[in-house]
Design a protein around this ligand. Structure first.
Ligand SMILES: Cc1cc2nc3c(=O)[nH]c(=O)nc-3n(C[C@H](O)[C@H](O)[C@H](O)COP(=O)(O)OP(=O)(O)OC[C@H]3O[C@@H](n4cnc5c(N)ncnc54)[C@H](O)[C@@H]3O)c2cc1C
Length: 386
């Protein structure tokens, strides 16, 4: 069994880390963006220039042809560089949830039209699946698409959509044949500006506040038939199958870096902070917390790398991806809470960014399938194996 990264991957990870530290972190760490819930456009553009916005897409569509593992390492490096979790969530929704389905299921025309724009950052993408009344039960969506001549007419709305307020293009799920349930849902590429498509107001959130979120509204929205993505009726099932494994490896990757950064900050602080005449790192209670942070970081890293490794070899990773997503979510929350505890009262104050990390960590067990849903998938997989 080989545990080491290739020299190219190590060098790439290091270069992304240095880029994140130098070109993204200074703005990422300004609290005013979090306070104002502002998407950091300058950082987005920098990511595009560095080639991070379409990393895994083939080179002919503006990407770098990076493997899933390399893409995962980039996310980890950015998390460790202290890039805000909001930007990294927007990155994942854009590159993975919107771009990957277009790359893997799209026609040649669709790939040529959308991927270079997404890879450069000229256009921002997102995925519209969740609805006001259908979240975990994704197959229960109500938005419909009815064929009329050479177009589909979409009616309904999508809720909690990452990049909604800033996005130019969205992969949107809509029911085309209600009688077929989950296999009667198609996927469409919907552009801002298409007749009948509008964006609801920006939603104010607890965490990841630099990632803009909103409702998407379709009122007799006219989508040209060439914008259907993948097979009619099967688009949704294929998009979900595709994106979820990517989402649960690459999209959670910044968390690994975030955990390592949390550990580093906790150690630095515990060395400096003195109580009872000595640095708090001298207290066994604090040392044990540090040891647990390290143990959890190593376990998360291996589990996420394994999913990326499996995906790079086309080994079905549905259950492993759920294990990774569930574990990362729980460890993120626990780590954020323990780091804050080590910082004591200062952790509760905004200035140290530990408070922001605590708020940001809360999304992971909700977005992209809740922890309850992940436990259900894992249990079902185990029972089916027997
Ligand atoms: C900041 C943010 C960004 C998001 N970005 C996107 C995006 O870009 N695109 C998109 O499509 N969606 C997005 N989402 C939506 C997200 O995926 C959903 O919120 C999530 O899937 C949960 O759905 P829900 O909120 O409707 O909760 P519900 O499904 O209503 O669940 C409520 C509670 O019931 C539990 N529950 C539900 N069903 C079961 C069950 N069968 N067994 C046990 N427990 C169950 C859940 O675990 C949860 O605790 C985003 C959400 C947030 C908060």
């Amino acid at each position: 069994m080989e545990f080491s990264l290739s020299k190219e991957d190590q060098d790439f990870k290091e270069s992304v880390y240095r880029f994140g530290l130098r070109d993204l972190a200074p703005l990422s760490q300004k609290l005013e963006y979090d306070d104002k819930e502002e998407f950091i456009v300058a950082n987005w553009k920098n990511m595009g220039k560095f080639g991070l916005l379409g990393l895994p897409y083939p080179e002919q569509y503006g990407g770098a042809g990076a493997s899933v593992l390399t893409t995962t390492l980039a996310g980890e490096a950015l998390g460790y560089a202290g890039v805000d979790a909001g930007l990294l969530l927007s990155w994942g929704a854009h590159m993975i949830l919107c771009g990957v389905p277009i790359w893997q299921l799209g026609t040649e025309e669709q790939k040529k039209k959308y991927l270079p724009k997404l890879a450069s950052g000229e256009w921002i993408g997102g995925l519209g699946l969740t609805e006001p009344n259908a979240g975990s039960d994704a197959a229960g969506i109500q938005t419909t698409a009815v064929k009329k001549g050479d177009r589909y007419i979409l009616n309904g709305s999508k809720m909690f959509i990452t990049n909604g307020p800033v996005g130019n293009v969205f992969v949107v799920a809509a029911v085309t044949d209600r009688s077929k349930k989950a296999f009667g849902i198609s996927a469409f590429i919907v552009e801002k500006g298409m007749k009948g498509f509008s964006v609801g107001k920006k939603l104010s959130k607890l965490g990841v506040r630099t990632s803009p979120t909103s409702e998407l509204i379709f009122e007799d929205c006219e989508v040209p038939e060439e914008n259907i993505l993948g097979e009619p009726d099967f688009g949704f099932a294929n998009v979900i199958k595709l994106t979820l494994e990517w989402e649960r490896s690459c999209l959670v990757a910044p968390a690994i870096g975030g955990l390592e950064l949390g550990l580093k900050k906790a150690v630095e602080y515990a060395r400096e902070r003195k109580q009872f005449g000595k640095p708090i790192i001298k207290f066994q209670a604090i040392r044990h917390k540090i040891a647990d942070l390290k143990m959890n970081l190593e376990a998360v890293r291996q589990i996420v790398y394994k999913v990326a490794w499996m995906k790079d070899r086309d080994i079905p990773a549905m259950m492993d991806a759920s294990v990774a997503k569930l574990f990362v979510s729980e460890i993120m929350e626990r780590t954020a809470s323990e780091v804050l505890q080590i910082f004591g009262g200062y952790g509760f104050i905004k200035e140290y960014l530990v408070e922001r990390g605590y708020r940001d960590s809360r999304l992971s067990s909700i977005g992209g399938g809740t922890s309850e849903i992940q436990r259900g998938i894992i249990a079902r997989s185990i029972l089916n194996f027997k």
